[in-house]
Design a protein around this ligand. Structure first.
Ligand code: B12
Ligand code: SF4
Length: 665
């Protein structure tokens, strides 16, 4: 079955499959002037995207359709959009939409006489000025559709603020992404924020826009018949043969520069209760082909991009992982030796024969691992039964032996957590698990997750301000910790992991490994720690050199006086630069020590020492955590069954129906 929920939970929503049941439409805007010959313009405000005339306008009456795609950011605590001179990674959603739109343009979906002109903006690395976009559309003429793309829950308030001036100018707006899809997938009715935005005249898209669905939206945008809601949640598209994501180099240049992102698959077989992905993208693996992958690599390589973040939430459960890795290995061995990849995997990936070995050969150098917690009781409460703490060490050591830098996500605020247990757990991790980067998140009932659905059903308080749903803010109450205590525990966790002493240990571990990259490990540590310490944003939304624009403040907040805004912005910037330099010098000193240590190559500690026969008896991981002893007992029971020959051949997969239903890898 394609589709996560068989239509059950969204049955109260308008069913508008394939756009056939149009529930009304929004007003049409008039066609004005146009210019023939389609173009992609990443900077509409500069007017450079106009073909064959460097900005000259055509006569009124020619058909022109602007599709403006904006990936919005979200507001910081002071109400300013979080944006940077350079953001970390180009947006994959923007790249997907851009490719689909480019394909629609090539196919002349609005007829041979209508030029489609594409404009892409990523607000995380440039200011978006609706007034300028509106002026340019007016100047160039034609009709337009404003698409706010990949809108997460935390970006929803910003998206609506961005939409307002366009609506006021008579330009239709459509919002798509996880907030809308997650709400449509899991809630019996649309939440108030989406309903209010609908009342403003904004159209919504739930689901994925491959298989010609974007065409429908573009046609409706052109005809002025945009629907209030496009609901494709019950019909997940296949990705085979769909245009692979691509963004022009100028976008990549506004990020760290040589890294791009691609999705090779969607869907995950597991059932974690805090996860939105399974309810939006389904539990069945859908994937792109090895030919698509090669195409993406070649196209990007031609633009100088050699490193990629593969955005699949769990690449280990991409049914075609091996074919995809094999193609990458071939490309690396023949034409592109410098290819490098970052992937996201689960904690059982090392059980898949050859997975880590082939990943390393394919150029995987960084791995995000959904560790989430080291207390089995917490993992069970979150339906994350597949995470077995008894496997963590083996899995992490294997990645390390294959030269990958490991990042683990760690969620704070599960039922068994207290401030004391969190601090205890971080110390256990530091001592016993060979992890390079640990990133913390508040347990957050994200719209689209089972947790959110359950809290909504029970009427339990959740912060109504979606802007805070960035996993870096507390948005619910905890059963044991007070609000302040939970927030303190979150800050304490970051501070406890990134002490100079522990950074020294991480770097010593890396420097002792023959495939280790201590310099790169340090720059990654600095990235994560500096964002938390000085920028107040989660590292996953970080960037280089924070931009703030006085007039772009959140609509509910007052525009500040320039005499207050600019001196404070200047002072903040100076103190941050000073702070950055201080920490950089300190940690660089630590790196130099690690590299020069006389015992560099013989250094060892509990975390990186090869598995010991008695480690299950000795390590705190199994005896001090909540549910650790029981997890150990389960492991021993499973081992005993396996030895007696009655167990499935893959240790980690026992008692896991979700995984049993998963692709047989
Ligand atoms: C990659 C990724 C990132 C990257 C983003 C950069 C990049 N390279 O793309 C990084 C690591 C930076 C990141 C950061 C964060 N992320 Co993130 N991220 C993802 C991930 C894994 C993939 C996104 C993606 O490319 N999906 C594939 C695209 C094609 O799907 P899509 O976005 O849904 O778009 C399709 C449809 O929605 C539709 N569509 C979308 N927009 C529009 C617009 C129109 C007009 C139309 C017609 C259709 C349409 O068509 C698209 C193609 O089918 C998703 C999970 C997931 N599986 O999607 C999480 C996810 C989107 N992230 C999430 C979160 C919470 C965050 C962070 C807040 C986490 C944090 N604490 O830092 C930050 C926010 C930073 C930011 N400014 O974006 C959540 C959002 C949940 C929610 N309800 O809001 C997700 C779903 C993961 C999760 N934990 O549940 N993320
Ligand atoms: S393993 Fe990751 S992607 Fe899969 S259900 Fe759990 S949290 Fe979601």
């Amino acid at each position: 079955m394609l589709g996560p929920k068989g239509g059950s939970t969204s049955s109260l929503f308008l069913k508008q499959r394939k756009g056939s049941k149009n529930q009304g439409s929004y007003p049409r805007i008039g066609a004005k002037t146009g210019e023939r010959g389609a173009r992609h313009c990443a900077s509409i405000a500069c007017g450079k995207g106009v073909q064959g005339g460097g900005g000259s306008l055509r006569t009124v009456g020619e058909a022109l359709f602007h599709f403006v795609m904006i990936k919005p950011s979200h507001y910081d605590d002071d109400g300013y959009p979080i944006q940077w001179v350079r953001s970390a990674i180009p947006s994959n959603t923007l790249a997907c939409l851009n490719s689909l739109a480019e394909d629609a343009r090539r196919r002349n979906i609005l007829g041979p006489d209508v030029e489609i002109r594409l404009h892409t903006y990523d607000e995380t690395n440039r200011r978006v000025r609706p007034d300028r976009i509106i002026n340019l559309i007016r100047k160039q003429g034609g009709r337009a559709l404003i698409g706010l793309v990949g809108v997460q829950s935390n970006q929803f308030p910003r998206s609506v603020d961005l939409a307002r001036p366009f609506l006021a100018a008579g330009l239709p707006v459509c919002i798509g992404g996880f907030h809308v899809s997650g709400c449509v997938a899991m809630l019996p009715e649309l939440p108030p924020d989406i309903r209010e935005a609908q009342a403003l005249g904004i159209s919504f898209f739930a689901g994925e826009s491959e298989e010609g669905r974007l065409d429908e939206v573009l046609r409706d945008g052109w005809n002025g018949t945009l629907k209030p809601l496009y609901n494709y949640m019950d019909d997940l598209p296949a990705l085979t043969g769909e245009p692979p994501p691509f963004l022009p180099r100028k976008h990549v240049q506004r990020t760290s520069g040589s890294l791009s992102s691609i999705d090779l698959g969607r869907g995950c077989p597991y059932q974690c209760s805090f996860c939105t992905i399974i309810n939006v993208q389904g539990r069945k693996s859908r994937f792109r082909t090895a030919d698509d992958l090669e195409h993406i690599v070649r196209e990007n390589y031609a633009e100088g991009i050699k490193r990629f973040f593969i955005t699949d939430d769990n690449f280990a459960r991409n049914r075609d992982w091996e074919l995809l890795f094999d193609r990458l290995i071939h490309l690396r061995n023949t034409e592109f030796p410098k290819l490098g990849f970052t992937i996201q995997v689960d904690t059982l990936c090392h059980k898949i024969p050859n997975f880590i070995e082939k990943a390393a050969q394919a150029g995987v150098r960084r791995v995000f691992i959904g560790l989430e917690n080291i207390n089995p009781d917490n993992l069970i409460a979150a339906k994350k039964r597949q995470n077995k703490i008894t496997e963590y060490r083996e899995m992490l050591q294997k990645w390390r032996d294959h030269g990958a830098i490991t990042y683990a996500g760690y969620i704070l605020g599960f039922p068994a957590d207290t401030k004391e247990s969190i601090v205890r757990d971080i110390e256990i991790i530091k001592r016993e698990l060979p992890l390079d980067i640990l990133e913390f998140f508040f347990l957050t009932p994200l719209p689209g997750s089972e947790d959110h659905k359950v809290l909504s059903q029970k009427g339990i308080w959740m912060d109504p301000d979606m802007n805070k749903y960035d996993l870096n803010h507390r948005v619910s109450h905890h059963s044991k910790m007070g609000d302040g205590e939970w927030e303190e525990a979150y800050r304490a966790a970051w501070a406890a992991f990134y002490t100079p002493e522990h950074v020294r240990t991480i770097l010593r571990r890396s420097a002792a490994c023959k495939l280790g990259r201590p310099g790169t490990t340090l720059s990654t540590i600095l990235w994560f720690y500096l964002m938390i310490l000085f920028e107040g944003v989660h590292p996953l939304e970080g960037g280089a050199f924070r931009l703030k624009f006085r007039r772009d403040r959140r609509s509910e907040m007052k525009i500040e006086n320039p005499l207050v805004f600019y001196p404070r912005y200047g002072w903040e910037t100076l103190t941050k630069v000073w702070g950055y330099l201080r920490v950089y010098r300190q940690f660089k000193g630590v790196l130099n020590e690690a590299l020069a240590a006389p015992d560099r190559w013989t250094y060892s500690d509990i975390a990186i020492a090869p598995p010991q026969a008695d480690e299950f008896e000795r390590l705190s991981l199994y005896h001090e955590t909540t549910g650790g002893e029981a997890a150990l007992a389960r492991m021993r029971r499973d081992d005993a069954i396996r030895v007696s020959g009655h167990a499935p051949h893959r240790a980690g997969l026992v008692n896991n129906p979700a995984l049993e239903a998963a692709p047989a890898k």
